[in-house]
Design a protein around this ligand. Sequence first.
Ligand code: MOS
Length: 750
Amino acid sequence: MTQTFSSTGRDTYVGSARSRVDGPAKVTGLAKYAGEFAAPNLAHGYVVSSAIACGKITSIDTSAAEAVPGVIKVITHENRERTAWRDKNYQDAVAPPGSPFRALYDSKIHFSGQPVALVVAEDFETARYAATLVSVSYEAQAAITDPAQMREFGYVPPVKRSGIKPPPKPWGDADGAYEGSAIKLRQDYRLAIEHHNPMEPHASTVVYEGDGKYTVYDKIQGVSNSHDYITAVFGLKKDDVRVLNPYLGGAFGLGLRPQYQLFLAMLAAQDLERSVRVVLTRDQMWSLSYRPDVLQTISLGADKDGTLRSLRHDALSGTSRYEDYQEVVVNWSGVLYKCDNVALTYKLAQLDTATPSDMRAPGATTGVFAIEIAMDELAYETGIDPVTLRLRNFSDTDATAGGKPFGSKELKSCFAHGAERFGWERRDPTPRSMRDGRELVGWGMATGVWESMMMQSSAHAILTAEGKLEVGNSTGDLGTGTYTILTQIAADTLGLTMEDVTTKLGDTHLPEAPVAGGSWTAASSGTAVMKACRNVGEQVFRMARQMENSPLANVEFDRVAFTNGRMEVAGDPSRSVSIVETLKAAGVQKVEATETAGPDKDFNDAYESYTHSAVFVEVKVDEDLGQVRVTRVVSAIAAGKILNLKTARSQILGGVVMGIGSALEEESMMDHRIGRFVNHNLGEYHVPVNADVYDIDVIFVHEEDKANALGVKGLGEIGIVGTAAAISNAVFHATGKRVRNLPITVDKLL
Ligand code: MOS
């Protein structure tokens, strides 16, 4: 079936710029977040966090806390109720190999800030105060938190993380070719540890419904993951638990896995047979997870004309002692550049920290930053323009996947459109050659790449006799615009207005969808919604064909266009019938369908799918102060069909701003002597604010892709990838100083 969105009569919603349908609810405060849902007789839990990073608890004295009026119970590993989980490790949907952290399991301390007690009280303030009275004694051991200290113990993860491609086997002879190359470059690269810091802190409200049943509001990027976790860990039946999370105040990957506040709130609710809420403080957010510290080395061997002869990208990533967290760090170098001699390696080092986690473009943010600075260094070494150098080594197939072709790759168009908009041809490549008053001006660029994925996802569509449509599934909208694009797709598929459509998300009573992550939600849930609407449309069409003197008699479904609330014969608007009249004539109150969409196996067997970008950046550097301003960014994106120009642009803006953070500001500082992040608050962990953000120009180049019926590839992550490298490259152009250890703080420039 080949129904397209170009229905007759009016423009389609898909492809246009639309404001968020959830915007009014958010700005008026009607949208509720996990920590805001009320319940009668709600108790409040406050977490007591470990003061040491490694060792064990020798004793906990909770008597003073328990004596505070209003305190209901202080739960520790010593008095907690037995859960179904006690003797086994439940692995959630996105858990890496290993044994997930179990809060209040025993006396062992795995990381600084680990929860060691939950104080439950009648109100939040009482719980918080009483938590300060819990006295914990520890037997501390030396913590190792710096991967550099563990270099000799680096290991290849024995079990691959599901969905993560390990590095491909090397091809050619990278080391031999390096030695024989006219130009040799070898450098180390490091990106500081970053914390996600979504605006909304993690929270869970567990409403006890009586009779062993719970309604749970949890901060999560997909309620099905929390639901499966709760039923497995607490030994409950599927129908005993309903999980909802209609809105998220950002997540960036920190909401992919159920976090410990969910376990603690459930534990207390089950124990007390009462509703309980647990909200983490901003500083406790530093104890959950983080973008890992990865030590990278890149070796490039090239001819004098810049042709790559050898490419090595080696990475050692920190993980915890209990899980082998893995992400794709080094493969990107082999995806982006054509080279006959390539070695890509990825090892882990165990640290006394919490398990790192996916954070916006996990692995790509880290690995692409390194290769894209290295390529800039090669451009300077060879005297070749950075764009030209990338075109010279352009990959037409994916060497990391045995040379499979790309489903689509309009990266050259990104270079061309981005360079033109930026004015790249006016660049004098000599470092320190451009000035604006007392500031040095630098222009740099980089490539971005991210995998384009699709996951199995179901969705339903319910059309009422009044012509109102509801669509939805259980996935989450992180603030990315999922409600809006699904509304557009549904409205176009059945020829309704967006006002006719209500989209529901984040509820385990809706059809099951995966966590919203990996930039796969538009493709996965978008296609599922379209299929469900098509199914409904076909049912209504059949009813219309059976009407007396039906204008659609003898017409096949694929010749019908849905437009303006009507079904009409394509190319013959005189033959049409209204949806509402059809339902009335058929005497039907509603028509519904649930459909499932998933990856296209044939397509995936034949092609590799990625999104690409070219990022051009202008910085201005005050040499006396070492201050860097990112005054201009042009980000040209190839990501297939763009569903909504406004929310799509917003995704790229957010990614670019986060890239500015990576390049210049974000850095969780670990005091390795005590194994603790010391700047665990937004006063000392800097993220870009409005004053740090100037002009960001987003271009979407034309790209047609057939991985799914919508032609969409996903946009949540590509905006951050490459941005930090482009900034570092621009800083080199401005100052002549090459910074390979981000963020580029004042001390590194002075
Ligand atoms: Mo994204 S890091 O998969 O939420």
